[in-house]
Structures are given as C-alpha cells and as structure tokens.
Design a protein around this ligand. Structure first.
Ligand code: ADP
Ligand code: ZN
Length: 772
C-alpha cells in the first residue's frame, strides 16, 4: 500500500482514570477530508464494541497498518465543538491541575450537548455507523399560548352572555387587551385555573396553540441605552497607560487597581467597545452574576444585543442556547461567572476580570481551576489581552505587578460627585465593659436613628464567616492562634480541643484568655436573632433580612434587592452576600458588625479577606450625592487588617501582609497543594493518607531535600469531619524553594501512577492546587 493511513487520537467521554489517555482509531474513507481536532465522534470500545462518545484531539497519518485498530463509527456533528486553541487549554489544565483530559473538555462542552441515548445504527460502505437522532434537549422550546379569536362577538353582548362566568370574562378581558399571552401567564394574571381557559376554547372564543420561544433569560429585561460619559482626567490617564502597555506587549496582563466608584467599569466598557470595533470577541467575568444586574444593564445598554449573559440560574436548555449563539458568532460579548472563561469564542480579543481577587473565581469542584489562571493561559494561547480590575487586588497579583509581570494602573479617586465615606471605628471591648452585651454599639444605634429621621437607608453587614468555632476573647479581642502557622485555632466541640487545621497541632480547650486572663465566651450569633434585637430598638422601621434562609428561592435575591432599591425598606441586614456590586444612591450608612470575625478563618488569607470585606462594604456607602458614614464595630481595632481598612490604605496593608507571607512561606512565595482523602471507613482513609505521606517523604529524601518538614505536613483530620457520612483527611504540601513542577510529578507518581498499590480502593483522593 502506498497511501498513508489516517488515524485519529481521541479522548473518550468517560471519567475512569484508566481511560485518561489517547486512544487511536482509523478514520473511515468518508470522513477523511472533513475530520478535524475538536470534533465529537462515536467510537466502538472494548470487547463488546460498546458505543462511546469521544473527542478528537489529533489527526495524523501513519505509514503502517496496525492490525487491531478499529474504525470510528461516525461524526456527531459536521463542525468541531472546540478549536485547537481550546484543546491547548485542555492540555494546560491537565498539566497544571493534574485533572483528567475529559474534565478539561467538559468545561468547554455544555452538559446539554452530551447525550447518552437516542442513537440509531446504520451501515455505510459496509461499516457499522451510529448517529444521534435529534434530541429532545436540543430542539427549540415550545410553549402554550392563548390568543383571542378574530371572530369575537361584540364585547357588550359577550359581557351579558358571560354574566354567570366571571372568571371566564376576566380571562377574555385580559386577552382583549393583550391579544396573546403564554397560557401560564394568562392563568396567573386572571387568578384562575387552566380549566377556565379550556372552557373558553371549547366555546371557540380562545385559541390555544404551541409556539416556539427562544429561551432567552433576558427577554423580560429591556435594553436601556447607556451613553458613554466623557472620561475624567484620571480615567484618561489610566486608559492611555493601558493602551500603551498593550501596544508594547499585548501578552502582559494589566492590573487595574481602583476603589469602588473610581470608574473602572467605564474603562472596561471603553476597552470592550474598541475590541468590538476590531471585530473581536470579549469575555467579562464577574464574581457573582446575580449580584451585578446593574453592571449587566450597563454593558447591554452600551453594546446591545451582542451581549450574552451566562449565569447559574439558566436551565440546561437556556445554557445550550447561549453556548450555540457564542459558538456560531451571533454574540460577541459574554458576561458571566468563572465558567464564562470557557466561552467557545474563536476570535477572542479581550478578557476582563472584575474584582479579580474574589474567591468565587476558584472552582471547588473538579477540575479545581482558578479562572484567573485559566484566563491567563487562554489569553496567551489566543493572543488576547487580559485585564484584571479590583478595589483590593490579591496580595499575589499586586506582588506580581511589582515584579513587572503585570502592568499596573491605579485610579486613586472616586468619580467626582461621589465621595468616600467617613469611617468611624468602634471598640466593642469597651461596649462590653460598659455593660452593652448586644451587637449594636451606641454609636451605630445613633447613626441608624439619624437615617430613619432623614428618610435615608442603612445597610448592616454581619461578618459571620469563620465565626461559629472561632476562639475569640470579648475582653481583649485576642484570637487563639497556632504557634507554628500563625493561623487561628478552631474549637472542636466533639472532643473539646483546640486544633490547627493547617499543621494538626492541638491542645486542650482553655477557659481563660492567655493575654488578659479573663474568661473566654464560646458563642455565636445568627442573623435572625440580630433582626429581633434590631426590631426592639426600631419598632417602626422596615427591616429586610438577606441571608441563606431568605434567598433560597430562585430569583428571590434580585427581588429583595429591587425592593430595597425602590426604597421599600429602611434597613438591609445581611451576610457577605450583600457586600458586592450594589449601587444604591439612598444608602448613606453602612454598619459592619464584627468586622474582625473573618480574622478567625483557619486560612492564611484571613487578614486579606478581612481587609477586602471591610473595604468592599465601606464602598457601599455614599454612592450618590449625599456622602456616607461607615460604622466599623470590632473587637480588634488595632489589628492591621482592620485599622488599615478603616483608613483605606491598601498599600500599607500590602506591605505588612507580604512580609508575613514571606516569613511563613505562603503564596506568592510558595505554591500550596492540598490533597484530600475521603471514604466511609476511617481506618482506610487514615492509612491511605499515612502511606502517601510516607511515600512523599521517601521521594524527597531520595532527592536529598534538606527541608522536608517545610514541604510536607503530616496528615490531619479535615475540618468537616464525617461530611456526608465520609471521613476526610488532609495532606498539605508547600513547594517552598522547590520547583512546583517537581512536586507535581511526585504527586502524580504517588496518587495517579501508583494509586492502586498505595491507596485503598474505597478511598477517593482529590488534588487541589493552591486551594482557597
Ligand atoms: P467602579 O467600576 O470603579 O465601581 P464605575 O465605572 O461604576 O466605577 O463608576 C462609578 C459611577 O460613576 C457610575 O455611576 C458611573 O456611571 C459613573 N461614571 C464613571 N465614569 C464617569 C465619567 N467619566 N463621568 C461621569 N460619570 C462617570
Ligand atoms: Zn498550626
């Protein structure tokens, strides 16, 4: 045979570890011209030739025929679902996060596209072929509509005729005005049952039929034009700086540091518009889409129908619709949460990440990617620009910009017209001494009263993160910390001990504060309890509570915020979900209850998170014409994260924090890798963790490593012990002076290549690179 043989290397759509490599298949004659990487195909697999879906990673020519290669059954679509650039990112993710190929691929392919049933087998040139029948998920959505018929009797006549059927008359009245409505909506408006409309149908007064609707989640939200303002001098300076940097080095990411209200979003809009004019696509990432309706309105108001919005409330069908629109080039701009980084654009020019320091960009499910890192890799592969904006950049990203890895631009001031609020710190230890045991200081009560009298609104933010098991002294504000890691200890009710979740160090629960010798109080506060206290203070005020309990229902979040925006309530009381993005001009007071609680998180980022939280909530006051007040209540007014946030001094905070990171060898000076072992039998979980630990030690010793104790810490019981009936153990590694890739190779060796030998088959392992 003289001609070459076409081979396709594929990844099977299967999660088993053993399937996580290329499988080769012969390409049938009919597909040789059209086949390309990124396509979905069906292939036979195993002894029984079971049909599996697969993704083509590579197509190549071979000179030799291998006897046992099988033919691909068929292509699922005539177009590829991923570009070669997207495939590059899949490879990058596998290497970077030690995840599987298919996990990376599934980030790009919406689950609505992956279907297991509905196949039909047929034969072509003697080869058995399988193709997908049209699937239900894929077909356009149809909805029942009710319309008024054209041959209606005169209205007066009808009214007399229908005297005995008021419900039916109501339906007709509505339809007379609206002509046609979705049946469900009609029933809701008329406050009646389906049967009423059905009866009208039998009387030939109403027509019920199915109509195709586009599942556009924004169909009810009008686009209101949002004209571009003239940039302020500060904005112009920053804008020029960004343009210059991108012209010189398009691959150098830009970090835009600017307090809330300094005009960052306007800069994003300008960049996006320019990118659009060049005919290129843009991705805008926002931390939590349901909290940023105002921002979305601005983008749609400026760029119109070319904007697609992805968010977690979309149904599978809606998601698929949006994905298709993006892939087919019908939209050029995508706004969404972290998963938007996988928008299937093929001509990407710009990625913007708003509030890039937010932890929601880190995925807590496999693959445990960080969207900021993925964005960086993607921007390199697709030669797109990358801009990260933040009021409080992460310590890591600020460090990188000082190392010249990022181009840094700063907006120092708020847009004229809105001033920074005045921040007053209240020492709650003093209140406690003075006999006030509620969570409200005299100062805060006084400030709330002022607002109520003036008809202005207040936001009260309860910082509850990490609070429940924190060991904190109400008298002096001291937090019990681990001597080895500088991380707050947690109180374990079960065995009444204090434990460090980082290094495993533990001690007996203490009853006296080692700093001030006073008695320690172990107690927590719920939002509901606080609401009750607040009502006692202000019986006439309208208080709206926003927490996990009150926002469980779909859409309730937006509804509550809208109500507050319309001025229906005087006080909004909520947890961290109220800290972001809200822009209410009538809010002139923000109260922060327990500003320091998040210092108790068992996390080396606790100070950073606290600084960010305080800065962010403070930014909610004084968005309008009237300047605002912030009352910051804290048990630790002298802690640098609290005092510097109160003074809005980012740089001073950064300098203090980066020094601590260096001393304790935390990021950016070291990469961290967390391995979680879980299973139903504690003994087996523990043994697997121990065996892995010993294997790592062995490998490190073999390499002659001299600081092993700095790299690996002994396994510890994970904080949520016995979550979902499972025992969990953590093993933490820090790269330190060692290359993180060498460390990853060791992990791969122990946990993937030798998994069967070292880890009990009932135990699951999860690898998290730089966990949050
Ligand atoms: P950030 O994203 O930093 O919070 P925004 O871009 O949202 O800041 O700007 C804050 C407010 O100022 C918004 O209401 C915005 O419409 C307005 N704004 C921004 N730039 C200008 C400008 N150049 N002239 C007038 N108003 C502006
Ligand atoms: Zn410790």
């Amino acid at each position: 045979m003289s001609s070459n043989i076409k081979i396709a290397s594929v990844i099977l759509d299967h999660y088993h570890e053993k399937m996580d490599h290329y499988f080769d298949y012969l390409v049938p004659e009919t597909y040789q011209k059209s086949i390309m990487p990124g396509m979905r195909v069906l292939v036979p697999f195993g002894k029984g030739n079971k049909t599996l879906e697969a993704y083509i990673m590579k197509v190549w020519d071979s000179k030799e025929i291998s006897e046992n290669l099988k033919f691909i059954y068929s292509l699922i679509e005539s177009k590829s679902v991923m570009s070669t650039h997207h495939l590059k990112l899949v490879h990058w993710m596998k290497k970077h996060y030690l995840c599987r190929y298919i996990e990376g691929i599934r980030c790009f392919v919406p689950s609505g596209l992956v279907l297991k049933s509905n196949r039909e087998v047929y034969y072509e040139n003697g080869i058995r072929m399988v193709r997908e029948k049209t699937s239900s998920k894929d077909t356009p959505k149809k909805v029942l509509y009710a319309s008024i018929v054209t041959s209606m009797p005169p209205w007066e006549e009808l009214k007399t005729l229908m005297k005995r059927a008021p419900a039916q008359l109501k339906v007709l009245e509505i339809l007379r005005e609206k002509k046609t409505l979705p049946l469900v909506e009609l029933i809701r408006l008329a406050g009646t049952a389906r049967q009423t409309v059905k009866s009208l149908e039998t009387k030939n007064l109403v027509l019920i039929e199915k109509k195709i609707v586009s599942r556009n989640p924004f169909r009810n939200r009008p686009i209101i034009p949002y004209p571009a303002p003239v940039l302020t001098e500060d904005q112009l300076k920053v804008w020029r700086g960004i343009k210059e940097s991108l012209a010189k080095d398009p691959q150098k990411p830009v970090l835009l540091h600017g307090i809330t209200g300094s005009g960052k979003t306007e800069i994003y809009l300008h960049l996006i518009e320019e990118n659009l004019e060049k005919g290129k696509d843009s991705i805008i990432m926002v931390p939590e889409i349901s909290l940023t309706p105002q921002m979305i309105d601005r983008f749609r108001g400026r760029c119109g129908e070319t904007v697609a919005v992805l968010h977690s409330h979309l149904t599978q069908g809606e998601r698929l619709d949006e994905w298709r629109k993006i892939k087919d080039g019908k939209v050029k701009i995508v706004i969404g949460p972290r998963s938007a980084i996988f928008a299937p654009f093929r001509n990407l020019g710009m990625i913007i990440i708003d509030e890039a320091h937010e932890s929601s960009y880190k995925s807590e499910q496999s693959p445990r990617y960080h969207a900021v890192d993925v964005a960086r890799a993607r921007s390199v592969f697709e030669k797109a620009n990358l801009l990260m904006g933040s009021a409080t950049p992460s310590v890591e990203s600020y460090y990188q910009s000082l190392q010249q890895e990022f181009h840094l631009e700063t907006l120092e001031e708020r847009i004229p017209g809105a001033r920074l609020p005045e921040i007053e710190t209240v020492d709650m230890r003093q209140e406690f001494k003075d006999g006030n045991i509620t969570l409200f200081s005299q100062k805060l009560i006084c400030r709330i009263k002022e607002r109520l009298e003036r008809g202005e609104q207040s936001i009260l933010f309860l910082n509850r993160r990490g609070y429940s098991t924190l060991v904190n002294c109400f008298h002096c504000g001291n937090t019990m910390k681990c001597d080895y890691c500088d991380i707050p200890m947690k109180w374990h009710r079960r065995d009444n001990r204090l434990k460090c979740h980082f290094c495993g160090w533990e001690q007996k629960t203490i009853t006296q504060c080692p700093e001030c010798q006073q008695e320690l109080v172990y107690k927590g506060f719920g939002t509901q309890k606080i609401e009750e206290t607040l009502k006692e203070y202000f019986p006439d005020a309208s208080i709206m509570r926003m927490d996990m309990d009150t926002t469980r229902q779909k859409g309730s979040h937006e509804k509550l915020l809208q109500e507050f925006g319309e001025g229906k309530h005087d006080i909004l009381l909520g947890t961290q979900m109220i800290t972001k993005g809200l822009d209410f001009p009538n809010v002139t007071l923000v109260g922060v209850l327990m500003a320091d609680a998040s210092l108790g998180l068992p996390d080396f980022r606790a100070s950073e998170k606290t600084f960010q939280l305080i800065t962010q909530v403070a930014g909610r006051a004084g968005r309008g014409e009237i300047s605002g007040n912030v009352v910051l209540q804290t048990y630790q007014p002298d802690h640098y994260a609290v005092s510097l946030a109160a003074r809005q001094e980012y740089l001073a905070f950064y300098q203090k924090e980066i020094q601590l990171r260096k001393n304790f060898c935390y990021p950016p000076f070291s990469d961290m890798i967390l391995i979680t072992f879980s299973g139903t039998e504690e003994e087996k979980v523990k043994r697997s963790a121990d065996v892995s630990y010993k294997s790592f030690i062995y490998l490190l010793e073999k390499q002659g490593n001299e600081s092993i104790e700095n790299i690996i810490m002994a396994p510890v019981v994970a904080p949520l012990t016995r979550a979902e009936g499972k025992y969990r153990y953590h093993l933490l590694l820090k790269s330190g002076d060692m290359s993180v890739n060498t460390l990853k190779k060791m992990i791969k060796y122990v946990l993937i290549e030798n998994k069967e030998k070292l880890i009990d088959s009932s135990v699951t392992t999860v690898i998290d690179i730089n966990p949050y």
